[in-house]
Design a protein around this ligand. Structure first.
Ligand SMILES: Cc1cc2nc3c(=O)[nH]c(=O)nc-3n(C[C@H](O)[C@H](O)[C@H](O)COP(=O)(O)OP(=O)(O)OC[C@H]3O[C@@H](n4cnc5c(N)ncnc54)[C@H](O)[C@@H]3O)c2cc1C
Length: 432
């Protein structure tokens, strides 16, 4: 079976790998000159940087398996146990770390008791709320409302919930669904002590994408798909912006919602609804190269700062990550570099004495979708057996992450090749 996969982000790449494992002949078509979509890397003034710091957690099992099957598990670094440093103004750094030999629900307790980011009353509030994370939230409840309902004051919100949930969902707490936020908290902190371990790629993200794309029989970069070739019964291939048609027995569209809508034309006619409901938020990353810094931090969270996390990728190279950064994404590069440098100095005064050699900014105004309350995310099936959709934004249950992208791509590939009508029957069972 010949399958065209449209979009070389992680969703499309995961589909490519799975389809190859299923014996399909795969053509990968990508609009950009780069592989990896939102998880890629490129040269900035001659230095290759990731388009933004990408973190995976121990619970990202499908992403870790995807990289492992590419033979690149050694390219990923991950902590032995969850441990983060938290920086704040006018206070020494403090640490949250999982204690070995304690179950997941208790393993943070000893360091939480010593944590300086919260006054005692706020710690009690957080501990109480953590006991309720398995309860179902109210329909259409935002996470901000859930926090109020569970007695969380401003100190608890700023010193704990915002630190973890805003970067994980890349949105403000008053615009995300409580169910999505609680999924993150449960999955990372309540199931397995190893789940919250933090890691990232030691190699530029583009290397992982290249290894996955190499599994496809052919790769067409700088090729934009504009529509399907559809004879009314079946999808026969895709049409590119230069008019070329690529024939296929099946098609996987692994592109963002708005682009999917444009390619499908009549998305509801294909059983894909609600694409217009997706909104996105920006992420800004500020890359700073200092003369000499070897703080031994690896990474740290910052309280009360537009910079949520800083990563010491190599001695001297710090990457500042600014989530839900819609108000900053359009600012000039020099302003953002100054902002991040001064935020770091405010919390880490030794840095003031170190010369900043250079700074650069990468930004994505549509980095991830907002998991708004009540948002309905389509699954991978369509009304056509041989047409599937994928993307971190589809209904994987995960927020817009690499894990979600890989899960969606793998799900889209399931059963392609069998042409049994099972996809249509499953969809009809859902939609009547
Ligand atoms: C700055 C930043 C930081 C992030 N940090 C993290 C993190 O720390 N941890 C984490 O897990 N996730 C993170 N994410 C999210 C993660 O990168 C994404 O959720 C995931 O990579 C999305 O993969 P995807 O394949 O679904 O979509 P995309 O990566 O968007 O891939 C879609 C692809 O389709 C292509 N395309 C679109 N239209 C067409 C067309 N008409 N024809 C052909 N090709 C087309 C696009 O060019 C693109 O390559 C971050 C994202 C950003 C932007």
């Amino acid at each position: 079976m010949r399958v065209v996969v449209v979009g070389a982000g992680l969703a499309g790449l995961a589909a490519v790998c799975r389809l190859r494992e299923q014996g399909c002949d795969v053509i990968l078509v990508e609009r950009s000159r780069l592989l990896g979509g939102k998880a890629t890397s490129f040269a900035v003034d001659g230095i290759e940087v990731d388009n933004g710091q990408h973190v995976h957690l121990g619970c990202c099992t499908e992403y870790l398996d995807f990289v492992d099957r590419l033979g690149m598990a050694g390219s990923l670094w991950i902590q032995d146990r969850f441990e983060v440093t938290v920086l704040q103004r006018s206070s020494p750094p403090s640490r949250l770390r999982a204690t070995r030999r304690l179950p997941a629900r208790l393993c943070l307790l000893p360091s939480f008791a010593r944590y300086r980011g919260l006054p005692v009353a706020a710690k009690v509030q957080v501990a109480r709320a953590l006991r309720r994370v398995h309860d179902s939230p109210r329909p259409n409840e935002t996470f901000a409302a859930w926090l109020v309902r569970h007695g969380q004051g401003p100190a608890a919100v700023r010193g704990f919930w915002e630190l973890f949930v805003v970067p994980a969902l890349n949105a403000r707490l008053d615009e995300v669904g409580a169910g999505d936020a609680l999924f993150v908290v449960r999955t990372a902190f309540a199931a397995d002590p190893a789940a919250a371990r933090v890691g990232w790629s030691r190699v530029p993200l583009a290397r992982i994408a290249e290894a996955a794309a190499a599994r496809a029989g052919s790769v067409r970069l700088r090729t934009s798909v504009v529509s399907l070739v559809d004879d009314g019964m079946e999808v026969r291939g895709v049409r590119c912006s230069d008019g070329e048609e690529i024939d296929a027995d099946a098609v996987v569209l692994a592109v963002p919602p708005a682009r999917l809508g444009a390619i499908l034309g009549d998305a509801p006619g294909y059983g894909v609804r609600g694409l217009e409901s997706f909104r996105s938020r920006a992420i800004v990353d500020v890359h700073l190269w200092f003369d000499t810094v070897d703080a031994g931090l690896r990474f740290a969270g910052l309280l009360d700062s537009p910079v949520q996390w800083v990563f010491e990728k190599r001695p001297g190279y710090l990457c500042c990550s600014l989530s839900a950064a819609d108000d900053l994404v359009g600012r000039p590069e020099a302003e953002l570099v100054d902002l991040c440098r001064s935020e770091l100095i405010a919390m880490w005064p030794q840095l003031a004495a170190v010369r900043l050699v250079r700074g650069a900014v990468t930004r994505d105004p549509d980095a991830t979708f907002v998991p708004a309350p009540g948002l309905r995310r389509p699954g991978s099936l369509t009304t056509h057996d041989n047409l599937r959709i994928a993307g971190a934004w589809t209904s994987t249950g995960w927020p817009a992450t690499m894990e979600s992208a890989v899960r969606s791509g793998r799900a889209a590939a399931i059963g392609l090749g069998s042409a049994t009508g099972s996809a249509r029957r499953a969809l009809e069972a859902v939609h009547g």
